[in-house]
Design a protein around this ligand. Sequence first.
Ligand code: HEC
Ligand code: HEC
Length: 155
Amino acid sequence: MRLTQRSALLAACLAAMFVAAAGALAQEIVPRLTGPAEPMADVTAPPVSSPVEFDVRPIRSYPEQPPIIPHSIEGYQVTLATNRCLECHRREYTQLVGAPMISFTHYMDRDGQMLADVAPRRYFCTACHVQQTDARPLVENVYRDMLLLRPGDDE
Ligand code: HEC
Ligand code: HEC
């Protein structure tokens, strides 16, 4: 074997080893999201997690967080023709239903102009607002409120 051939072979071996090692490491630290390791294996499906519906508006993790939906939304349709969410959360209906009005930012177009009704870019509510479920977290949550990040509080 010529010298260049040999070094090319060595480089290829090293690259293969690196890929294998990285793969092993990734397998160890990244939780599986795609189901069983054997795709065709017969495994019992995990139970479907239930949405949390406590009807209390929970504290937001930070001021501009889209608040989570604290009530059932089963069967609520949001399509071009109808928007069930707005039947309670639109300004006109809140007094009757007792629902909080969609934030005034939802009436603004992207130039900051206030519109009479919800802006198209805020129409599909569940693109931003979600329900919580009782699903087991895949990774430990180490989030800390920014109030705990004041100097001196960091032990
Ligand atoms: C039948 C009326 C009704 C409908 C329909 C409805 N909501 Fe609500 N929503 C409420 C009420 C009342 C509250 C106040 C908390 C509670 O009582 O659950 C609320 C609370 C919320 C909150 C929490 C606000 C905050 O500041 O914490 C969000 C977000 C929300 N709803 C989003 C939605 C979305 C998205 C939909 C459609 C998928 C929807 N709602 C449909 C009545 C409704
Ligand atoms: C592009 C993301 C986005 C979409 C789409 C959206 N929201 Fe929001 N929503 C937010 C954010 C961010 C906040 C909190 C900051 C603010 O008030 O703008 C919020 C706040 C709210 C609040 C709390 C208002 C308050 O004053 O406490 C309600 C209720 C709400 N949204 C309902 C809805 C409903 C109903 C829809 C569908 C018609 C909707 N949102 C669509 C991002 C969104």
